[in-house]
Design a protein around this ligand. Structure first.
Ligand SMILES: [Cu+2]
Length: 119
């Protein structure tokens, strides 16, 4: 009766892999501030201001974007990386130039990262 003895094991294995699939995968940075409420609806992410230090790698003031090599961002669980940001206010470009070290603040809005302050 081989079928009967192996069947419960298969069920246990598939149930545990399902649990892993459900608990994992939510640590992706884009999913991080998405919260599902008790009714199963996705709540709107709060506009949390994140802080980081970085070095300016590229500036495109006509597109309103900047590329920053930034340090770790605790509030997002981010490691060091180089990425693009949108710059909220054109006036901030006065403080942004290639190779400059800056401390900046940013928010996440619809999967876009927007620099709101530069020091
Ligand atoms: Cu980043």
């Amino acid at each position: 009766m081989k079928l009967i003895t192996t069947l419960p094991l298969i069920l246990v294995l598939s149930a545990s892999s399902l649990a892993i699939a459900q608990s994992g995968g939510m640590k992706d940075m884009d999913m991080q501030d998405m919260k599902v409420d008790k009714k199963g609806q996705v709540a709107l992410p709060k506009l949390i201001t994140h802080k980081a230090a970085g070095v300016v790698k590229a500036v495109d003031s006509s597109k309103g974007s900047v590329t920053l090599a930034h340090g770790p961002v605790k509030s997002l669980g981010w490691p060091v990386m180089t990425m693009n940001f949108v710059v909220k206010d054109k006036g901030l470009f006065d403080k942004i130039s290639i190779d400059k070290k800056i401390n900046f603040e940013f928010i996440k809005q619809d999967n876009i990262y927007i620099v709101t302050s530069v020091k």
